[in-house]
Design a binder for this molecule. Structure first.
Ligand code: ADP
Length: 490
């Protein structure tokens, strides 16, 4: 099959969160399965250009309709660790993609709406007719709408569209004028509750909703999150829409890229290890402590790696730090936030704990340090309010680091409690709690710390079980292939 991914992120060149890992990892898996895969991305100024090989202009004169005019763009091509990527560079006064950051501007909706139009215009002009177009989140959810309203009539009748919802919290809710901006023909038709009008904000358009209505298949990133957003209030207002379209909606668990996340070959960790030489992991623990100026002591290291966002349970992360420190552990946090208030909150906390030899808070994004923390820690906490899939717990498990998670979304599908799970003992791999409160977190963290100190042999079994899990792209790749075949035949 010929598959085109259209996305706002792709690891490692343009990564904010898990979406980037998914776009890269799934594309790679699809190629391994014999498909021809291309990825279309914006050409951001803040990309990691050192990870793009052979970058060159491949299409210099792309004119993208926008309002009543056309915007001049050029398209670049390059390989990102073997993946074929096209990058759209706009030459408008608005400088859509040269903003120094990926997201966070007042005109983000406009920027990505334009990107959708530009991606399709590029495919049309360069005569690309993929079997499948795979879009991701609200940023590229306009693609199926534009395909239906405009590009189908210009000859792009072949492609089928799959849209993956990575996080329903962000839906692209924006004023109605966006429909005119991108050139839809009968805007009144689309500004309707059955189509793109937001279910609650009556004067706004919901881009993600449009994507759900006009795609041939809609997936989300874990089966449990699919159920949660269909049957509970966790859908940020899209439950009704998902119900109506439930016949073409399902959850497929994300995978992680075991070429990148591999304890035997990871170039960011000094000591390589596997299930058979687990003790070597502790060499990384020493190096990690040394690097972050933590004292060497007989204590477990509890870590948090991830975005600092309300979704991730900010106050429970704080509670985990103090609970761990008061109960014989060291704590390492690596994270950053787009919200200045949350960033400040953690900067203050960092100052407060600065002299503590058992604690290090690293505020910022650091891919390489993340690898060392996964390898050198004993446990990782994820007290999320909601978690569509979560990659952190899956990476941690591959590194023999035990996840302590709240029972929600994809965490429910991947982490099975050491004591209370109904699974056989050799399938249990972590600690789970239900209630989103301090006591809930304590109930799981306390059990994990207790097992580490009092029953080290059980803790070690848990580590082996966790490392044994196959959370690669192999299974999800097969599921996506089935989805593509299914919508192709329709
Ligand atoms: P989300 O997509 O909600 O941000 P996921 O758990 O799905 O969360 O994916 C997070 C990914 O981003 C993981 O690969 C994690 O290691 C990485 N990550 C998050 N924050 C940081 C950071 N500050 N430094 C390095 N890597 C990070």
């Amino acid at each position: 099959m010929f598959i085109t991914m259209i996305a706002s992120e792709c690891a490692p060149v343009a990564k904010v969160g898990g979406l980037a890992d998914v776009v890269f990892g799934l594309s790679r898996e699809l190629e391994i399965r014999g498909n021809d895969v291309e990825i279309i991305l914006p050409k951001y100024d803040c990309m990691r250009y050192d990870h793009i090989y052979g970058l060159q202009e491949t299409y210099s004169d792309l004119w993208v309709p926008y309002y009543d005019q056309s915007v001049h763009c050029s398209v670049y091509f390059g390989f990102v660790h073997g993946r074929k990527c096209f990058f759209i560079d706009d030459h408008s006064d608005k400088n859509f993609f040269n903003r120094g950051v990926f997201y966070g501007h007042h005109d983000d909706h406009e920027r990505f709406a334009f990107f959708c139009r530009a991606a399709l215009e590029f495919m049309l002009k360069s005569n690309k007719h993929p079997d499948i177009i795979h879009c991701h989140d609200w940023q590229t959810a306009l693609v199926p709408v534009l395909l239906y309203d405009i590009y189908k009539h210009l000859g792009m009748t072949h492609p089928r569209v799959c849209l993956t919802l990575h996080n329903l919290k962000h839906q692209g809710i924006v004023g109605e004028s966006i429909l005119r901006e991108i050139g839809l023909h009968n805007t009144g038709h689309y500004f309707d509750y059955d189509r793109m009008r937001d279910n609650f904000n009556h004067s706004a358009v919901n881009l993600m909703k449009g994507g759900i209505v006009y795609s041939n298949f809609v997936s989300t990133v874990s089966p449990n999150y699919a159920n949660e957003i269909k049957y509970s209030d966790e859908n940020f207002g899209l439950g009704h829409t998902l119900h109506i379209h439930s016949g073409k909606f399902g959850g497929i668990l994300n995978g992680i890229d075991y070429d990148v996340w591999n304890t035997e070959t990871d170039s960011c960790i000094p000591y390589h290890y596997g299930i058979d030489n687990l003790d070597t992991k502790y060499g990384n623990k020493e190096v990690l402590r040394h690097r972050l100026l933590l004292r060497q002591d007989y204590k477990p290291i509890v870590a948090y790696i991830g975005r600092l966002d309300h979704q991730k349970g900010v106050h429970l992360i704080r509670h985990a730090i103090f609970f761990a420190l008061n109960n014989g552990c060291q704590f390492i946090l690596l994270g950053s936030s787009q919200d200045p208030e949350i960033n400040n909150y953690f900067w203050h906390l960092k100052q407060e704990l600065n002299e503590n030899p058992d604690c290090h808070l690293e505020i910022g994004y650091n891919e390489e340090l993340a690898h060392l923390i996964y390898a050198g820690s004993d446990m990782i906490v994820m007290p999320s309010l909601f978690e569509p899939c979560g990659l952190t717990q899956m990476i941690a498990m591959k590194y023999g680091t035990i996840p302590i998670v709240r029972n929600t979304g994809g965490l429910h599908d991947t982490v099975f409690d050491a004591e209370y799970s109904h699974r056989p003992y050799n399938e249990r791999n972590g600690f789970v709690f239900d209630h989103f409160c301090d006591e809930g977190l304590e109930s799981a963290l306390n059990r994990a710390i207790g097992m580490w100190y009092s029953y080290p042999q059980y803790f070690r079994e848990l580590m082996k079980n966790a490392m044994n899990y196959d959370y690669s792209w192999n299974g999800p790749g097969m599921h996506y292939m089935n989805v593509y075949k299914h919508i192709e035949e329709k």
